[in-house]
Ligand binder design. Structure first.
Ligand SMILES: *Cc1c(COP(=O)(O)O)cnc(C)c1O
Length: 375
């Protein structure tokens, strides 16, 4: 058997919607983009959402809107995809890493406050694997020190914790629709906010700071555009939006299935002493983006290959960012600087988790993992 690490869930509805775009006039940002943005904002309970081409761009736009740049510091986690730290680098600011909690892999709110300096401008938490960070604690720190909060919610469209929805306590929250994310258009992203002025800026910043987009310029009679500020080029097209509209509508069913699979995995591994699982906190709605197991770090890479040889698709999310060559060389980071992130980064293996995964595939993965990963 071959169990793919990920298979998307593009269905008939999505293909029909895409066909409508292809048969229409505007392939670039237009009616479908707008419709997706409205539905995403409604789903999140946010005032506004703006469609982009990636979460990376969403994070960068948020930092730029808050004038974060040279001489500033942004506190974030080393246990994430590199994009999280890279966007801080783009602006000229310095990423200040804070280690994570052993039980959840999320940024340790207790350690965040100790890393605040006069230069700190923002906190950039990541809701790792789909479980939210302690936003109550992070918001209290942000208020005490007048910091912005920009959530990297690439894993966490569906998440909530302690009654707080993803993005609710943030100045902006950033989402990804990259190829392996829970809803996907191959590439894609969005930013949500409750600040209407920020939303209006994001909508222009995604298109060079232009006053009108193509579908507005040509809607009635030609209108000249002005360029109000130096923007970027990362607007979500109708093509991407069409693929996402119905996936968003199906998201509860998708999460339900991912929850069933995650529970089956947890049960399947619970009596294996060579496997540790991260905790699911009480009062937390886990978005179940990734299912990871933690194994002996000295054997992790061998296990990866053995699992692949057994036909099980695997991934590593993530090796700690501060140990990447660029960050080691630029900032002099060394092994031992953030021991918990390093430990999780060296021990983690991600297993297949998506709605199309069949029960017999789940059983196959459990059997293969328990056969290969032993004391
Ligand atoms: C996927 C991912 C990103 C980047 O998303 P893109 O849409 O590919 O730019 C950022 N942060 C995390 C935690 C991710 O997993």
């Amino acid at each position: 058997m071959k169990v793919e690490f990920f298979r998307h869930s593009i269905a008939g509805d999505d293909k029909r919607e895409l066909r409508k775009v292809l048969d229409s006039l505007f392939l670039t940002s237009g009616e479908w983009t707008k419709q997706f943005e409205e539905r995403l904002a409604a789903y999140l309970g946010a005032r506004a959402a703006v469609g982009l081409t990636s979460c990376t761009h969403a994070l960068e736009l948020a930092l730029r809107y808050f004038h974060i740049g040279l001489g500033d510091e942004v506190i974030t986690t080393p246990l994430s995809f590199i994009a999280t730290a890279n966007v801080i680098e783009y602006t000229g600011a310095r990423p200040v890493f804070v280690d994570v909690e052993k039980e959840s892999g999320n940024i340790d709110a207790q350690l965040v406050e100790r890393s605040v300096t006069a230069r700190t401008k923002a906190i950039l938490p990541v809701h790792l694997y789909g479980q939210m960070c302690d936003m109550q604690a992070l918001r209290a720190i942000a208020r005490r020190h007048r910091l912005k909060i920009i959530e990297d919610a690439a894993h966490c469209l569906e998440g909530a914790r302690d009654g707080v929805r993803v993005g609710e306590f943030a100045d902006a929250a950033c989402f990804s629709f990259y190829a392996t994310k829970s809803i996907t258009s191959g590439e894609g992203g969005a930013i949500s906010t409750n600040d209407r002025r920020a939303a209006a800026w994001f909508a222009k910043a995604r298109l060079h700071g232009m006053s009108t987009g193509a579908s507005e310029r040509y809607a009635v009679r030609y209108q000249h555009y002005d360029m109000e500020f130096l923007g970027f080029k990362c607007n979500m097209s109708n093509i991407l939006a069409a693929l996402l509209i119905h996936q968003l509508a199906r998201i509860a069913g998708s999460l339900k299935r991912r929850n069933v699979i995650a529970k089956t995995y947890s049960k399947g591994f619970q009596s294996n002493p060579a496997i540790r699982l991260l905790n699911v906190l009480p009062r937390s709605k886990h978005a179940r983006h990734l299912f990871t197991i933690l194994v002996d770090p000295s054997r992790r890479d061998a296990y990866l290959h053995q699992l692949q040889d057994a036909g099980v698709g695997v991934a590593v999310n993530f090796r700690a960012i501060h140990l990447m060559k660029y960050y080691r060389e630029k900032y002099g980071y060394r092994r031992g600087d953030f021991p918990i992130s390093e430990r999780i980064g060296d021990s983690t293996i991600s297993l297949p988790l998506y709605p199309r995964l069949r029960d017999k595939e789940v059983a196959y993965v459990i059997a293969a993992v328990n056969r290969i990963i032993r004391r």
